[in-house]
Design a protein around this ligand. Structure first.
Ligand code: SAM
Length: 243
């Protein structure tokens, strides 16, 4: 057996719970691209769940992050958002809602694949809960992504740097439910960039995919597409839910 086919056999071994979850996401046509599949294969979800939850890591459900009241999102939801984000190598990405750091690690895997030395972090992820900031930093350090991912403690509804009007990011991915699209996130997206954000009331939102386009008067507009109904914990902040 050649080395290549041996590694393929290992990768697609369905008796391994990670591989069988990935195969099931492929059968359901949720997982479509090689880059997202490779990231899901290489990043171990059990290293990002709360201590004691490791045995549940490959059940396709959100899991509680200790007593924080927050969750690591279900793998199918993570895969849907990563596919819709249309990520590619070298992109600068802002994630709002770090939680465990799992989604940030997957994003980092995709955008930094062949890049050994990046000029600063490619992924910035913002989390408001200090306990989760520490948890995610440690998880990302163990996974080897501490140089690619910057974990910031703060209110991500104002973007990062907070309140900046600069167009910085190729992609912005919000993993908490916002009452409306936070204006600073629109400003910080580059022209041609994509924003993914669940919009709606607490625990019942529509996942919106928006593309920033330049208008004839030199301003910009967001071309919005409603993808599906989703259920995220609320985005809480100055430009979001108040609690
Ligand atoms: N992406 C995470 C992961 O991979 O584990 C899961 C995110 S969890 C569903 C949503 C997170 O958004 C929570 O950790 C919550 O504390 C955070 N959050 C809510 N409002 C926020 C805000 N304004 N700024 C930053 N983080 C916020």
């Amino acid at each position: 057996m050649s080395l290549a086919s041996k590694s393929l056999t290992i990768k697609l071994n369905e008796s391994d719970p990670r591989s069988s979850l990935i195969q099931s996401l492929k059968r359901e046509k949720i997982l479509k691209s090689e880059s997202v599949e490779d990231a899901l294969l290489d990043i171990k979800r059990e290293d990002f769940v709360w201590q004691g939850e490791e045995a549940l890591a490959y059940i396709d459900e959100p899991l509680p992050l200790g007593d924080t009241g927050q969750t690591i999102s279900a793998p199918h939801m993570v895969a849907i958002m990563l596919e819709e984000a249309e990520l590619s190598i070298g992109m600068k990405v802002l994630e709002i809602g770090t939680g465990s750091g799992y989604n940030a690690a997957l994003i980092a895997h995709i955008v930094s694949k062949v890049l050994k030395n990046t000029d600063g972090p490619l992924v910035v992820t913002v989390e408001r809960n200090p306990k989760l900031v520490e948890f995610a930093r440690e998880n990302l350090r163990k996974a080897g992504y501490e140089k690619i991912v910057l974990v910031v403690e703060g209110d991500g509804s104002l973007g990062y740097p907070q309140g900046s009007g600069q167009m910085i990011y190729d992609r912005i991915i919000v993993t908490a439910g916002a009452p409306f699209i936070p204006p600073y996130l629109c400003r910080q997206l580059k022209i041609g960039g994509l924003l993914l954000v669940p919009v709606g009331p607490n625990l019942s939102q529509t996942l919106v995919k928006a593309k920033k386009i330049e208008t004839s008067d030199g301003k910009y507009d967001l071309r919005q597409q409603k993808l599906m109904q989703v259920m995220f914990v609320p985005l809480i902040g100055q430009s979001a839910h108040s609690n």
